[in-house]
Design a protein around this ligand. Structure first.
Ligand SMILES: [Zn+2]
Length: 387
């Protein structure tokens, strides 16, 4: 099967995040089996989704990891002109959910299996396909935890998110939290007997907003279209009636950080304000007052050194010899990089088409990607010192 035929199969599995991806994983596993390649599955807790990991070639040197997520975003409420789970082929494009984000890349990798097994690989190749990336790199986190314990890890990693095949060396990190404020209810005529959860939430929201202004002054990086770390509160809810002091309020916020800026310190500052400035005052009036932070999701940013091995290696095989701008969307590359796998993002298609109705990938982009993987496999067959 060529990459377009494989892509048609991959698109036919509805692997919307949080739905099972096991049918797709089965398909991939069988394909690997057919080529005599063993793979490991790493499941989520309820065994409905799995990461797949496979190593081809020697297992005592690092080699190159090719990685992609198998899940896609929902089509719900989107106006598609064709069945999103049936690849539509036109003269220049391939339409379908996940065609660019990012089953196209996975299809190109799998299309090269015959070549990968044509002879003994001198430099190993590792395939890492994850689940639930779109809802916070959930599967990859589990995979990375396991890989961190490997005696020999991949030396470099290509994460095939759509970049128009340009090599992207940086993206922001992100953390999101749900904050729950518990106060004390009372009649609104006697506000000093209660603790107003909505008002304390508002103070915390204002603090987060002020941090946004301050941090913008502290650090900028003009290689990003939004050149600084951003803070954002996306929703808030609390209270039941105007004549009751509300005892409950909840809101969610996120920080998208420049990778050069330490995320933990920023979160700590917000939590410290809640603990040191707000809570003592609340507890003086009602000892069971509380401000609770629950992390919803997080992933680290990516900040790859242009002089590092992964660039040299990708440059040597990629027909599109272009470094792309840093991107604002997150990827799994930061996670892999954080455990010492020197990573960059490079894959077929444009992020402009991702997550949209009538998502497509240009057929020419798939051909570039096929060519990159072919060149890469060729080098890996040829030399043990490719990376
Ligand atoms: Zn993606």
């Amino acid at each position: 099967m060529n990459s377009e035929e494989i892509l048609a199969r991959l698109v036919s599995f509805d692997t919307t995040s949080t739905k099972s991806n096991l049918e797709l994983i089965d398909f991939v596993r069988n394909l690997l089996d057919d080529h005599g390649i063993a793979s490991q599955l790493l499941y989520n807790d309820d065994m409905t989704r799995a990461n797949l990991y496979a190593t081809l070639g020697p297992d005592d040197i690092g080699g190159v990891m090719l990685s992609g997520h198998t899940d896609v975003v929902p089509t719900l409420g989107q106006d598609w002109h064709s069945d999103p789970y049936r690849l539509k082929v036109t003269d220049h494009q391939l339409y379908g959910r996940g065609s660019c984000d990012m089953k196209g890349f996975i299809a190109c990798v799998l299309a090269a299996l015959p070549q990968m097994t044509a002879g003994p690989l001198q430099t190993p190749l590792h395939l890492a396909f994850s689940y639930d990336e779109e809802i916070g790199c959930v599967g990859a986190k589990r995979l990375v935890e396991k890989m961190a314990g490997f005696e020999v890890k991949p030396r470099v990693g290509l994460i095939g998110e759509p970049t128009g095949m340009r090599m992207v060396l940086g993206h922001k990190g992100k953390v999101s939290y749900r904050v729950t404020i518990t106060g004390l209810a009372c009649h609104s005529a006697y506000i000093s007997s209660g603790v107003n959860a909505v008002e304390y939430a508002a103070e915390l929201v204002a603090f987060i907003r002020n941090m946004n202004s301050r941090v913008q002054q502290e650090l900028t990086d003009s290689s990003y279209s939004v050149p600084h770390t951003t803070f954002h509160v996306g929703n808030i809810g609390g209270g039941t009636a105007l004549n009751i002091v509300p005892n409950h309020c909840q809101f969610e916020f996120e920080i998208r950080n420049l990778p050069q800026q330490e995320l933990d310190a920023l979160v700590h500052e917000i939590r410290h304000y809640a603990d040191a400035a707000l809570l003592p005052e609340m507890r003086e009036r009602y000892p069971d007052s509380d401000i609770r932070f629950d992390e919803i999701s997080s992933y680290p940013g990516l900040h790859t050194d242009p002089a590092s091995a992964v660039i040299a290696c990708t440059r040597a095989v990629n027909p599109v010899d272009e470094i792309g701008d840093n991107v604002s969307f997150g990827t799994e590359a930061g996670l892999f990089d954080a455990i010492g796998i020197n990573s960059l993002v490079c894959g077929p298609g444009s992020i402009d088409q991702a997550h949209r109705p009538d998502e497509f990938v240009d057929r020419a982009q798939l051909r570039y990607c096929d060519e990159m993987i072919e060149n890469l496999v060729h080098r890996c067959l040829e030399s043990a010192k490719f990376v």
